[in-house]
Design a protein around this ligand. Structure first.
Ligand code: G6Q
Length: 549
């Protein structure tokens, strides 16, 4: 069972408050200067990964106190509860078992009297044979042609993961197949994608756990109509449309044949579902074996997370760092900065993972929390981001902890690009840590022989406070396996933060109100009906309607 107490009432929290007062004024420069072993003490290795926590505003004592907090909040027990299928998603009365989707080691995992691994393996087999069929030409279009385009239609958890992974692993893609994603209900999304395609060689994957999501069903119907303009006969739909869903009844109502349904289960949350049938677009694009490597990489991280003591446990320590900055330094945002063009969608994916999971203000007792929970997640790929928002990270007034993520070996080794990219990667975390003090700036300016008054005027603008915390995450190379491990690490970090904040991480009630209102306003927009709204909404709707005439 999850422990159900406020973290702010624990002894560890109080000790951390006292420790914060003592550590806060200290500069990272000095912490490095005073401890030659700092890197060794504050970095971890996991398989091909190096996690360097040493440029964070912590000491070994900080980590000890944070680990005490994790223990007091029952993190080890919570981890076991998740892996063993306890219904820890209490508000939806569900287990949380995305880890079962990549469990190649255990013979069984019993949930409600069933061995769920049998079902998981059956769907994986179905995915393997479908992907192989697409690649070896035994599954073809209604005219007998090989498929050239795969279009995943889904949104949120049924979109962001597959799209990010397909993009990240582009260099592993099977030749001859292109993958596309339609998600937004804005007709532009479908129009722009469909325009490029040929109905005869396009396969549509309708990805929706519930199969009731308005955006996805609308886009799926548009794709169906578009397809029928060429194919004419509805009987061809069965060769071009497959569904990934837990709701077989709704899928069949839509007209997709039962044999074209790839199932998954309610114990897989949307934002944790890329490992399930929702990953079919990944498997088709990369080939099934590559998809399995992704799962195996995640499984390796799962084992590490479940078995490693908290002190050496990467996802736990990453979560604790976030707690440290959010609840003691009062940081309100956290930047994700992949120095890898292939990983440029990672910030967007992690935005959903962390913010939808932990953007909560009610604790597990139904009471308002008295402490800050999830900070805003944002970011973009380096080096581009250096030329846009890095100014604020270096010299702005708010403190922004950053994750710098990179692979040592490039998947596109051209000339000196990788050395240039990585020199920026190293330079930024060093600069953020060290800063540049008055003495250093003065020396630099003096060498330029500026007039004294100009030097004095310029000096304060050129100061860098430094002491900006960063975590460097390096892997040998970006592969399906390492990506799997990295993503599983962030999933587990998300979970641990939720446990410590004593909130439910696996529901998302906060997205419901807008959906409800949109459903009733939609009727208003399509008919003459009017409903009472506040003055602002009424006038905005009126403006819209007038412009439709
Ligand atoms: C994720 C959320 C949400 C969900 C989408 C799509 O955790 O629940 O982003 O994935 O709303 O839902 P369907 O897959 O049911 O269409």
């Amino acid at each position: 069972m999850l422990r159900n107490i406020s973290p702010a009432t624990t002894t560890a929290w109080k000790n951390l408050e006292a420790h914060y007062k003592q550590l806060q004024p200290q500069h990272l420069r000095d912490l490095f200067a005073n401890d030659p072993q700092r890197f060794q003490k504050l970095s971890l290795q996991f398989e091909d990964f190096l996690f360097d926590l040493s440029k964070n505003r912590i000491t070994e004592e900080t980590l000890n106190l944070l680990v005490n907090l994790a223990e007091e909040m029952g993190v080890p027990q919570a981890i076991e509860s998740m892996f063993t299928g306890e219904k820890i998603n209490v508000t939806e009365n569900r287990a949380v078992l995305h880890t079962a989707l990549r469990n190649f080691s255990d013979p069984e995992l019993i949930l409600d009297g069933e061995n769920i691994l049998t079902e998981v393996n059956a769907v994986l087999e179905q995915m393997r044979s479908f992907c192989d069929g697409i690649h070896n030409g035994s599954i073809t279009s209604y005219t007998g042609k090989a498929f050239k385009h795969i279009v995943n239609i889904g949104i949120g958890g049924s979109h962001l993961g597959p799209q990010m992974v397909c993009e990240a692993l582009k260099s592993y893609q099977k030749p001859g197949l292109e993958v596309h994603f339609i998600s937004n209900v804005d007709g532009t999304d479908a129009a722009e994608i469909l325009e490029k395609l040929d109905a005869e060689t396009t396969l549509f994957i309708i990805a929706s756990k519930t199969f009731t999501t308005k955006e996805t069903i609308t886009n799926a119907l548009t794709a169906r109509n578009w397809f029928l303009e060429t194919a004419k006969d509805e009987k061809h739909i069965s060769k071009h449309f497959v569904a990934l869903s837990t709701n077989t009844t709704e899928v069949e109502k839509f007209g997709i044949a039962p044999e074209n349904i790839f199932r998954f289960w309610d114990w897989v949350g949307g934002r944790f579902s890329l490992w399930s049938a929702i990953g079919l677009s990944i498997a088709c694009t990369l080939g099934y074996n590559r998809f399995e490597e992704l799962l195996r990489g995640a499984e390796a991280m799962d084992k590490h997370f479940r078995k490693t003591p908290l002190h050496q446990n990467v996802p736990v320590l990453m979560a604790l760092l976030s707690i440290w900055y959010t609840n003691f330094f009062n940081c309100q945002t956290h930047a994700i900065l992949p120095y890898d063009q292939y990983m440029r969608l990672l910030p967007e994916f992690l935005q959903q993972l962390l913010m939808e999971s932990n953007g909560k203000s009610t604790d597990r007792n139904g009471q308002p929390v008295t402490y800050q929970t999830q900070p805003v997640i944002w970011g973009a790929a380096g080096t581009n981001s250096q030329h846009s928002f890095f100014q604020l990270i270096h010299q702005g007034t708010i403190l922004i902890p950053c994750d710098f993520i990179a692979a040592a070996v490039s998947n596109n080794p051209i000339g000196e690009h990788q050395a240039l990219l990585m020199s920026n990667y190293f330079a930024q975390t060093e600069a953020l840590m060290k800063g540049k003090n008055t003495e250093e700036v003065r020396q630099e300016l003096e060498q330029k022989n500026l007039p004294a008054s100009e030097l004095e005027n310029l000096l304060p603008h050129k100061l860098f406070e430094g002491n900006k915390p960063t975590t460097s995450i390096m892997m040998r190379q970006l592969t399906p396996y390492t990506l799997g491990s990295l993503l599983a690490m962030y999933e587990h970090k998300t979970f641990v933060q939720g446990v410590i904040w004593n909130i439910y991480s696996f529901d998302q009630w906060g997205v419901e109100l807008g959906k409800q209102l949109a459903t009733s306003i939609e009727k208003e927009l399509l008919t003459d009906k009017q409903q009472p709204h506040d003055a602002s909404t009424t006038n905005l709707i009126q403006y819209y309607k007038e412009n439709q005439k």
